[in-house]
Structure formats: C-alpha cells, structure tokens
Design a protein around this ligand. Structure first.
Ligand SMILES: Cc1cc2nc3c(=O)[nH]c(=O)nc-3n(C[C@H](O)[C@H](O)[C@H](O)COP(=O)(O)OP(=O)(O)OC[C@H]3O[C@@H](n4cnc5c(N)ncnc54)[C@H](O)[C@@H]3O)c2cc1C
Length: 445
C-alpha cells in the first residue's frame, strides 16, 4: 500500500510524540518531530519534561504497546541495565495496612528511569530514514483554512506545511485552544480533578539485598494522620534506586536530605526508611520536587466540529494522577489507535479525527475512572465524582484486603491495574466470593 500523505509534523518529542512518530513513519513520506527543548543524546532529565527525574512505572499493557511499536524494545532496555521484574513476585506492594501476598504471576515488567526509556525510543525514531527530529524549536501556532489545519508556525515565523499535525505537547496542550479557535474549531470541554499530589525524589546506589529479594517497593499509607502518603523505590539502570516520596493533598515530602529521611520514617512499613538510611545517595544535594495540582481530561470526542489535519495525543488529551502510572501506557495505545484510524480512512480528515478521538476516549475511560475513583477516597478531592464511586470504593477496599492473603485475588488486581483486564473482572462472581472470604483473613484486620 502506498503512503497516505506527504508530510506529518509531530509537536513534542516525549514518549507520546515519539510513539506517534514511529507509527507515522510507515504511513507518511516524511515525518518531522519538533521539540522546544534541547534533546540530550544520553539519558538525562530535561526541562521540557519536569516529571522526568521522578519514579515512573510502565504498566504491562504499556510495555506491550511500546513493544508493538518498537519491536525488541524490552530486550534493548534490559540490555542497557533496566530491571526486569514480575509485578506479582518482585514488587512489595503495601496497601490497606499489609503487603499483598507475593506469587509468580508470569507477567513481565521492566523498570528504568523515564529519561532512559525516552532516550532509547528517541534513538530508534531518529534512526528512521524518513524522520527528522528538530530540537530547540518551539511551535507557536497553526496554519490552516476553514477548519483544516495545514501546518505549524514556529517561533521566529518559519512555517512547516503538513498533511497531519499531531499535538503531543503534554499538559501545555491547551495552548492549541486559541490556535484552533482562529480556524473556527471550538475548544473541547475540560474536566479536572484536584488532588494536589507532590513528588519528591532522590537517587541512591543499589546493591543486592537492599530490599528483601531485591524487590521493588510501592507503598501507600492509610492510617491517620499520614493516610495520604505514598512512596516508591524502583530499581533502575546503573544499579540505582529511584526513591520517590509524597502523597495526595499536600502530604508532600521535604527536599532536604534530613527531612526526606524523616518523611520516610513516617511510612507504615520500615523497609523504605531503612533503604534511605543505609543506601548511599547518588548526589549529596537536595531532592527534586514536582507539584501536580490536578488531573485533567479534554473531551475531544464530544466536539461537533473537529479540524481536519490535526489531532492531539498523550497528556495533551488526558493527564492522569501520576501515582497510578497510566500516562505513558495510554499515550502508546493512542498512537496505535491513530495508526488504525489512518489506515481505515487513508487521509487525515475530520472524520478520521472523530474516529480516533472515540478510540482514544475508550483507551482513557477505564484508567480515568479507576484513578479518579480512587482519588475520591479522600474528601478533599475536588471535581466531578464518577457515579457510584463510594460503593465501588467500599468493595475495592475489600479486594485490597483480600490481596494480602489470596494470590487469586491479587492476580485479578494486577490484571486490572495493568490494564490487561477490565475493572468488571473484579466483580465476577468467583472473585467476589474469594474477596469476601479472603478479606476476613487479612492481617490488616
Ligand atoms: C510526576 C509524574 C510522574 C509520572 N509517572 C508516571 C508513571 O509512573 N507512569 C506513566 O506511565 N506515566 C507517568 N507520568 C505521565 C508521563 O510522564 C506522561 O504521560 C508521558 O510523558 C507522556 O506524555 P506526553 O508525551 O504526552 O507529554 P510530555 O511528556 O509532557 O511531553 C511534552 C513534550 O512537548 C514539548 N513541547 C511542549 N510545548 C511545545 C511547543 N510549543 N513546541 C515544541 N515542543 C513543545 C515538551 O518539551 C515535551 O518534550 C507521570 C507524570 C508526572 C507529572
């Protein structure tokens, strides 16, 4: 089949933009990716992605989606030092007052820094003969006529003509609202859920035996006064730990080393405080901090008028509470969905965009419902509460308790959390019965 267009421009060279560029490279003669940042050749954090230094988990579904786009990626990451792990067995998951029972799930995850993942896929995309990545180039507007986007305007005035513009500019994606408005296209409805999440992160040297079984750790505190605290220690390339402390609604950890260690001490499970106490920090300086005020979803799928030649993707459509680790997975799923829609329509028409936003909306619906639903466990959370949240959360508490003793229930939770099964799996009769029986035996009771 011939190519379906001459030139596609992707704005944003982060995980979402790179996944899109990879997919577009087999469908367009030429793809240009532009980013306002300087893009380092090695795995370094960069300004345009301020979340980069913080713990990033890639869900199993996301690993599979990225592997579909970039065959052999998992082996390449592991070859470069990323840590393969079984989320059922190698992850100490402390939630609702106890650890989930560990069992070999047969699922395979990989843990690495966000910067290493991004650099690895950027190298892949840059090696494609018909893709050009231009850094230090900022997009300042769109060109077009009558609801049809025909290109982008760069700072300084240069215009890049395009048959399709993919907006993968992350949370700054709302900047396109006035640009599209000028072309007669309305802005999408937006919904926000205010959670005031804070991340504070330090890197430590890792050696065998730092945690039991050299595991990774995620924990969530539920008991007052620290019930909104969460923490993670992820083993990453370079024999290091990324340790992130923080929580919801201003339960944020200090950046100075002493305050960081004190915060770790307040967590309900000693391993992380011990790790922070004993492991050697990679640098003596203060930790890095990130404040994430609210999750945000833009409903392009509800718009009556959509522009031809333009779609948004990744965090530009939906930015999830990072504590659930869903953003990169959904961005990769959207890139795949966009490829399927382009193949169906063979042109970047408004109808293609409508179909794509419908598919993207489906990819977003479940993780959005799960993450915002959980956020509404806290009365301070502000926003539109999904219907039935209170009832669902009461049952989910029982499921969490059951996961302390039942590998079968833990299995279902993993499938749902990693977007491998729909949340309805939690409500199958066999799981409900197992949950109600096992929850009574939880040590947290
Ligand atoms: C603290 C934190 C922790 C997270 N943890 C996880 C996790 O554990 N797992 C997970 O899956 N996801 C996580 N996420 C989300 C994840 O980082 C994003 O979903 C992922 O990076 C995909 O985003 P994106 O590519 O759409 O946008 P971004 O990563 O935000 O990138 C946007 C890009 O666009 C560029 N750009 C912006 N404006 C312009 C412009 N005008 N012109 C040119 N370039 C521009 C920027 O420089 C940047 O490179 C986390 C997010 C945060 C905030």
């Amino acid at each position: 089949m011939g190519k379906l267009g001459g030139h596609a421009v992707v704005v944003g060279a982060s995980v979402g933009g790179l996944a899109a560029a990879q997919m577009l490279s087999s469908r367009f003669e030429q793809v240009t990716v532009v980013d306002r940042d300087s893009l380092p050749a090695t795995a370094e954090d960069r300004r345009g992605v301020p979340q980069s230094p913080h713990a990033h988990a890639l869900l199993i579904r996301g690993r599979m989606a990225l592997e579909q786009l970039f065959p052999g990626l998992f082996d390449e990451l592991v070859g470069g030092g990323a840590v393969p792990f079984d989320p059922g067995d190698d992850l100490l998951f402390f939630q609702m007052g106890a650890l989930r029972v560990r069992f070999p799930s047969g699922m395979l995850g990989t843990s690495c820094t966000r910067a290493f993942l991004e650099t690895t896929i950027r190298r892949r995309v840059a090696a494609l003969p018909n893709v050009e990545i231009r850094d230090l180039v900022s997009v300042d507007g769109l060109t077009g006529v009558d609801g049809h986007v025909t290109g982008v305007v760069l700072y300084g005035g240069e215009v890049l003509a395009a048959d399709l513009v993919v907006d993968a500019t992350g949370r700054s994606g709302t900047r396109s609202d006035p640009w599209l408005d000028k072309l007669g296209c309305p802005a999408p409805e937006v919904t926000t859920v205010k959670i005031d999440v804070g991340y504070t992160t330090r890197l430590f040297h890792r050696k065998p035996g730092d945690l039991p079984g050299n595991a990774l750790l995620y924990l969530c505190s539920e008991k007052p006064p620290h019930e909104k605290r969460a923490a993670a220690a992820f083993a990453v390339e370079g024999d290091r730990w990324v340790v992130t402390l923080g929580g919801w609604h201003r339960h944020h950890a200090p950046v100075d080393p002493a305050g960081f260690a004190e915060f770790a001490d307040t967590l309900p499970f000693p391993h992380l405080a011990e790790l922070v106490d004993t492991a050697k920090p990679v640098s003596d300086g203060d930790a890095r901090k990130f404040h994430y005020p609210m999750a945000r979803r833009r409903y392009f799928e509800k718009l009556r008028t959509l522009p031809a030649g333009y779609v948004a993707l990744g965090d530009a459509i939906c930015s999830f509470n990072p504590l659930y680790g869903q953003g990169m997975t959904v961005a990769a799923l959207e890139a795949i969905a966009l490829g399927q829609c382009l193949d169906r329509y063979r042109t970047a028409s408004a109808e293609m965009a409508r179909d794509y936003y419908r598919a993207a909306g489906k990819a977003i619906d479940v993780p959005w419902q799960m993450s915002t639903g959980s956020d509404f466990m806290y009365p301070e959370t502000e926003g539109r509460r999904p219907f039935g949240t209170g009832m669902v959360n009461r049952y989910v508490r029982q499921v969490m308790l059951a996961s302390h003793v039942s590998p079968e229930v833990h299995r279902v939770i993993l499938d749902v959390q990693h977007l491998m099964a729909p949340p309805a799996a939690l409500f199958r009769p066999v799981t409900v019965v197992r949950t109600l029986r096992a929850a009574r035996r939880s040590p947290a009771r």
